[in-house]
Design a protein around this ligand. Structure first.
Ligand SMILES: O=C(O)CCC(=O)C(=O)O
Ligand SMILES: [Fe+2]
Length: 314
């Protein structure tokens, strides 16, 4: 069954006021069951030009000072599952604008600042939703590592034969996504793939693997995919991944101890940054993709020791 999820009329939605102060809390159901919700009424309504500029390159990948262009990525050799081009700019440590974004630099920096602002508000509310202090995620420097990717999905004459992006979960903390009016993103909900209807100016937020683990499974990192674009107009999305940098004063990660109780023991083991990133080295990443495994599957507790709260080791 194919359902349509209209975020604006029912279900997962959360508003910020025109001054960007939270007006109501994140519907905990949205982050807990859907893993996706949408923010509207955020102050900044610019659609950055960043992804509008399509780079036609012969090479499949080109790197240039922190900016990467990827054309028709095919993660699975011989597979046809990634019918889109991407432009990615990453800046560890929250310093936007590194690399050669050329004449788009101003928009990229401006958009990044806005997304960080919205992400900080959202994470404040998600933290409160777990019973944590409002500033907890900020203290853990959650919004400091960001990568912005502009995807463009060209018209596909045979959309039934391929996908824009194959099913996956996002690895990081949260993802903030702006899409144009061409529909294509779908979210897995039970056995169904649910269409995410574009709302002009709406920002789609989804929970990543890292936040699922940190929240000890309370918030869900949900599979999503993008259909190949059957429309003559290109589909464009601008995605900011809020990623793991380094927890304050710590190199070890896992479910937050303050969330663990005898009734709700750790379901994930502690892990290092290297372990977490390992699933994203090319080989492991493709293997995990093929087996439909996310970090949450890889880092799940494998013995009874983990079921004891306050025990950091598995
Ligand atoms: O383009 C979209 O709507 C989704 C992109 C996405 O899921 C991703 O880049 O991880
Ligand atoms: Fe994604």
């Amino acid at each position: 069954m194919m359902a349509h999820l209209i975020f604006a009329q029912s279900g997962p939605i959360f508003y910020t006021s025109p001054t960007n102060e939270p007006k109501s809390s994140v519907d905990p159901d949205a982050a807990r069951t859907w893993g996706f919700f949408q923010v509207t009424n955020h102050v900044h309504q610019i659609i950055p030009r960043a992804a509008e500029k399509r780079r036609n390159r012969n090479s499949t990948r080109g790197e240039l000072g922190g900016v990467m262009y990827a054309k028709e990525q095919r993660l699975v050799p011989g597979g046809g599952g990634h019918r889109h081009d991407s432009l990615q700019c990453g800046w560890p440590g929250g310093r936007a604008g590194g690399g050669d974004t050329g004449d788009l630099r101003k928009e990229v920096v401006e958009w990044d600042a806005h997304v960080k602002n919205v992400a900080d508000k959202v994470m404040e509310l998600l933290g409160l939703g777990l019973g944590l202090d409002a500033g907890k995620f900020k203290e853990l420097t959650f919004s400091d590592g960001r990568a912005m990717v502009g995807h463009i999905y060209p018209y596909c004459p045979q959309p039934d034969l391929t996908l824009g992006i194959t099913p996956h979960t996002d690895p990081g903390i949260i993802t903030v996504l702006l899409q144009n009016e061409i529909q294509g993103l779908q979210v897995k909900h039970g056995d169904d793939w649910v269409d995410v209807k574009p709302i002009p100016g709406g920002l789609i937020i989804n929970i990543g693997d890292f936040l699922q683990i940190v929240s000890n499974g309370e918030y869900k990192s949900v599979q999503h995919r993008v259909l190949a674009n059957a429309s003559r107009e290109p589909r464009i999305s601008i995605v900011t991944f809020i990623n793991l940098v380094k927890w304050r004063d710590s190199d070890s990660y896992g479910p937050l101890p303050e969330l663990l109780t005898p009734e709700k023991p750790a379901i994930y083991r502690d892990f290092t940054r290297q372990e977490f990133l390992k699933t994203f080295t090319a080989k492991d990443w493709i293997a995990n993709l093929l087996w439909r495994k996310s970090n949450c599957d890889v880092l799940v507790c494998s013995n009874d020791e983990c079921a004891k709260p306050d025990n950091g080791e598995c």
